[in-house]
Design a protein around this ligand. Structure first.
Ligand SMILES: [Fe+2]
Length: 241
């Protein structure tokens, strides 16, 4: 999330175990005088990722399975934070003009990565417009700014989330009421979240000027659910109750 905020780049794992890079990027990395310094020996993976972002190189991510703990990983949280934050702040210090200037977000496609937001429908009642689902958001993911036509009840089952527009955090065991007309952006905590939402009517996605840019309701969720079942050759459940 830090990389997203500072550099406009949504890299899912800034400390990957495996890198592959072009000769051009390899030459760019070797030409920098860091290999005899602290950041060349510790936090190297993050530094390689940051260098590719700062150079606005074309990037691609692939999920290769659960990451094993590195043999030379810091022994405690303080050391790990110092290493990560140290590399990040060193980079910000030496590249101020790059990250502080306006630039287009750097799109980094990901093969095999879990989607940032996934829904498991529990109820899709097309007669009343009531619908319910388990909403799973990965760490750092978000549900874009939206407006609720009707009220929504949320029960937090795992993890945490918050609204970018408010100053409280929803945690497991909490019930959240989103009143009609509320506008908010749901931001997941670092550990991700699973929340049960019960909705009625539509939610309208809006931009910063409150222009409607999309919507979700029971009808388009029913279509998406049936399309998914068809693509997986599975029989859809009868959720229209
Ligand atoms: Fe909402």
């Amino acid at each position: 999330m830090r990389l997203h905020l500072i550099h406009g780049c949504a890299v899912r794992e800034p400390y990957p175990s495996d890198f592959g890079f072009s000769g051009t990027l390899g030459t760019h990395l070797l030409s920098q005088d860091i290999w005899t310094q602290e950041q060349g020996r510790h936090g190297t993976e993050l530094w390689l990722t940051l260098s590719a972002i700062l150079g606005r190189f074309k990037m691609f991510q692939a999920f290769l399975g659960t990451k094993a703990r590195a043999e030379n990983a810091p022994a405690d949280l303080v050391s790990a934070m110092r290493e990560t934050a140290g590399t990040l702040f060193n980079s910000m210090d030496s590249h101020f003009s790059v990250w502080s200037s306006a630039h287009e977000p750097l799109n980094v496609p990901c093969l095999g990565c879990e989607p940032a937001v996934s829904l498991e429908p529990l109820r899709l009642n097309r007669k009343t417009g009531q619908w319910a689902n388990l909403t799973k958001v990965v760490g750092g993911g978000q549900i874009n700014r939206h407006y609720h036509v009707n009220g929504v009840v949320g029960f937090v089952l795992e993890g945490s989330w918050y609204y970018a527009e408010k100053d409280w955090v929803a945690r497991p065991g909490m019930m959240v009421w989103e009143p009609p007309g509320d506008v908010h952006t749901l931001m997941s905590g670092e550990e991700g979240t699973i929340t049960l939402f019960q909705l009625e009517g539509a939610l309208l996605y809006v931009d910063e000027e409150d222009n409607v840019v999309g919507f979700d309701d029971v009808l388009n969720h029913t279509r998406t659910y049936h399309d998914f079942c068809r693509s997986q050759s599975i029989e859809p459940l009868d959720l229209d109750y």
